[in-house]
Design a protein around this ligand. Sequence first.
Ligand code: BT5
Length: 328
Amino acid sequence: MKAKILEILNNSQDYISGERLSELCGVSRTAIWKQINNLKKEGYKIDTQPRTGYLLKSRPDKFIKAEILAELATLNWGENIYTFAEVDSTNNVAKKLAAEGRPEGTIVVAERQLQGKGRLGRTWVSPTGKGIWVSLILRPDILPTASPQITFVLAVAMVKALKKSLNITPKIKWPNDILIDGKKVAGILTELSAEIERVNYIIVGIGVNANQNPADFPAEFREKATSLKSVLGREIPRVKVLQGMLEEIESTYQEYLRGDFSTVIKEWKANSLTIGQEVEVIMGAEKIAGNAVDVDHDGCLIVRDAGGELHRIIAGDVSLRNKDGRYV
Ligand code: BT5
């Protein structure tokens, strides 16, 4: 009923009386009044006049199902959206839902993560209301060995989405960083559940820094992180950006499922910061320096060292060599 009231208020240019709302919704005026108060608590600004009734003044930029669905133009995704004020990690919640059998395209999004995860047990800082902390369940019919390709699909989709919704052109640093002006604005975490020859599900988690100020980032990575707000100098409509992300992710993923990884890789390379650069790659205790010459069909980074030897890197952290010869 709340959704119905919201829809009516949203379509109404003028005040609408409690009586008219109760007629349209088939419930008592007290029930309407209760739901209006609930909407106000959620952040909807509804002007209330004793004689004339209710007028919706503004909608909250919060991860509320009705808001996400309002202008979502995905083809199939959106039926299963789970929104939370607070979770440990949206990837963990999505993993649980996937294990319970929730379908592909299930979306989990939160205002805050208490234990947001990066790769290799690292932390992803996810303060309340400042970012887009979202995970998706995917169930691609691919071999587990092909699953790293999904990170590429996601990175390409993220670049397209940010370009489309905010008119900015981020770059991708292998394998999972989305950077603007050399600083990380978003990260992708792909987690796999598989048998030897079959993927059960893949959870992709995306963290986008939307409305942080520089001081909101911990000192240890403040120099390396940025937010969309810092880049554009204005508050970012998170729900709108999320909608754009879901639309681009769905369409790029569908393209990939039709067998078009080569297009994805081509787009990835066109937006890559890494290829052609002098890099240092750290893989646990091992370190390789050289020129990042390519990524191969499995998404591995190919680095040519000073001696001309080629190294195929499956996982690691890349630093790019700057003008002073330092790796940053
Ligand atoms: C990533 O890891 O970049 C993957 C981040 C994925 C986060 C999303 S949020 C929704 C979903 N649920 C989760 O629990 N996770 C996913 P990695 O490449 O390992 O980068 C992590 C490193 O980036 C940290 O060690 C910090 O140095 C830095 N970092 C942490 N929080 C950051 C932030 N908000 N912005 C920029 N850098 C950050």
